[in-house]
Design a protein around this ligand. Structure first.
Ligand code: PRP
Length: 208
């Protein structure tokens, strides 16, 4: 049996379709409160977990593999194999703030983010002194109430920024879901994992 950890939310909704197209039939991820779900064949089990925790389950070997956003990989740098990106739930890590704010001209800025390491790394590369305030979500509030100058956050449709009167000031990196495996599992469950990798890669249009 192969256990797959999947980030709940935008990734799980679309991963379900890809898995179904690849012949792995699970009950709908969106309609269940179950956290551990078996497929019809009984060969696969999915753990539906918080995006930020997905790589932890894989790194510790509780799951053999996982599907997690590049945002989490960049932020937590887990000790796992990163095999391929998947062509759905694409978004971008961005610096955002009030329109017209020239953050690159600022001597020092305050940023709010769930992605403290990504934010610190980005501003360091840009040689902009920065204080990053860690928030767990709804970070758009911070610049609106002058808690921070900018935010560093995921933008997918842009709806959240727009509805809160903020704009993208700079794109930092593209985000796609990444298929990851536990390092030991790729040896101990080589055959089963490569079978899954093969069908998912084909389904994702990565290999023929
Ligand atoms: C992310 C991000 C934004 C939103 C952007 O939150 O933090 O709030 O998505 O998406 P949009 O550009 O399509 O509006 P997410 O849904 O990942 O979770 P969170 O609210 O827990 O941060």
């Amino acid at each position: 049996m192969i256990r797959l950890a999947i980030a709940k939310g935008r990734i799980s909704s679309e991963a379900e379709t890809l898995l179904a197209q690849a012949g792995l039939e699970f009950p709908s991820f969106d309609d269940t409160r179950k956290l551990i779900i078996s497929d019809k064949s009984g060969l696969y089990e999915v753990l539906l977990v918080k995006p930020a925790d997905t790589a932890v389950y894989v790194e510790t070997g509780v799951a053999d593999c996982g599907i997690v956003g590049r945002d989490v990989i960049e932020e937590t740098d887990p000790d796992v194999f990163r095999l391929f990106s998947m062509p759905f739930a694409q978004c971008k890590m961005c610096v955002a703030g009030k329109e017209g704010f020239e953050y690159k001209a600022a001597k020092k800025i305050v940023a709010a983010s769930k992605y403290v390491r990504c934010a610190e790394r980005h501003f360091k590369q840009k040689q902009i002194p920065c204080n990053v305030i860690m928030l767990n979500g709804s970070v758009e509030i911070a610049p609106l109430l002058d808690m921070s100058d900018v935010i560093v956050d995921i933008v997918q449709t842009g709806k959240t920024l727009k509805e809160n009167g903020l704009v993208v000031l700079e794109e930092v990196f593209d985000i796609a879901p990444v298929f990851i495996t536990n390092k030991a599992a790729l040896k101990t469950k080589q055959k089963e994992l490569y079978e899954l990798i093969d069908i998912l890669e084909k389904q994702a249009g990565i290999s023929q």
